[in-house]
Design a protein. Structure first.
Length: 303
């Protein structure tokens, strides 16, 4: 049976730790899915987000665990102990802020999850927005990946956040980084830097990122060079230009696609989590992929 057509006979109970961050969006999404049922929310002692929640609240964390199959950890003040306790109680986990596990804790958390045989998903909503799933499934034998990201100058912005671009490259390459070079070029505007990063992967794929925080206009493009295809994807206009080489002597076929926007991101994440649990597959953004991202960032910082 195809994974996407898998039907869950029994609803999974899903509970929240805290009600900050994207909790409201996840709570609304649960009502749209016939595979999930809301069990309630637990608030740690130092959490005041209970003012945003008027539904069932658990006074004891163990009671929430006993009533739930899945635990959603909300906000950026997630306690490591609570995540480990959920995994040790054989509960599946969704972490709504990837920054909470983008550290040296990720490796040990992977080991806990593997030992308990539970699914842990991390939210990285920009990945769904880019429609990166379609890119991964369409291109075989990828050889080169490049992100070109520029933003119009602002005196309040001296650098560009490229965490999502690094993670996207790791997802597309689907391999371990074996070497990387990070070059920063000071620009004429105080504290601004043009950043150029180059990556080499174990499977032979090369990749690069150019990030310019002091451009004349905004630009966000992804180029993929594969064995018989080359794509230029404008992530701002949501346009996908594709060249297909049928043979080595024929002219390339030019195609133009429009990438659909991905609405209801939280609903997509929850659907993906349920599919991963029932089919026992890795979720779209897994702990293992976050561990690869952390290793790459650690490599960058050590340069």
């Amino acid at each position: 049976m195809h994974i996407r057509n898998f039907i869950v006979e029994k609803k999974l109970n899903i509970g929240f730790v805290s009600f900050s961050g994207k909790a409201k969006e996840y709570r609304n999404a649960i009502d749209k899915l016939d595979t999930l049922s809301f069990s309630g929310t637990y608030f740690p002692k130092d959490d005041v987000s209970f003012v945003n929640c008027d539904e069932h609240r658990f006074d004891n964390y163990q009671d929430l665990l006993d009533a739930s199959d899945i635990i959603v950890f909300c906000g950026n003040r997630i306690q490591r102990r609570l995540i480990i306790d959920a995994i040790r109680n054989l509960k599946h986990v969704l972490i709504d802020d990837y920054n909470c596990v983008l550290n040296d804790f990720t490796g040990s958390l992977c080991n806990f999850a593997d030992e308990a045989e539970v699914t842990v998903q991390v939210s990285m909503s920009k990945m769904y927005y880019w429609g990166i799933c379609e890119i991964i499934e369409t291109y075989n034998n990828i050889r080169y990946i490049n992100f070109d990201k520029s933003v119009d100058y602002s005196h309040q912005r001296t650098v560009i956040d490229i965490i999502s671009e690094i993670f996207a490259i790791i997802k597309i390459a689907d391999s371990e980084v074996v070497s990387m070079h990070n070059r920063k070029l000071p620009l004429f505007v105080r504290k601004s830097e043009l950043q150029q990063m180059n990556f080499e992967f174990l499977n032979g794929i090369s990749a690069s990122i150019k990030a310019n925080p002091c451009a004349f206009y905004d630009n966000h493009e992804l180029t993929i060079v594969a064995e018989k295809n080359m794509a230029l994807i404008d992530l701002r206009k949501r346009e996908w230009h594709n060249l297909i080489y049928k043979t080595s002597i024929s002219e390339p076929v030019k195609e133009l696609f429009t990438l659909d926007e991905i609405p209801f991101i939280e609903r997509n994440e929850l659907k993906n989590l349920v599919q991963s649990i029932t089919a026992k597959t890795e979720p779209f953004v897994s702990l293992k992929s976050m561990r690869s991202l952390w290793k790459c960032l650690d490599m960058i910082n050590s340069k």
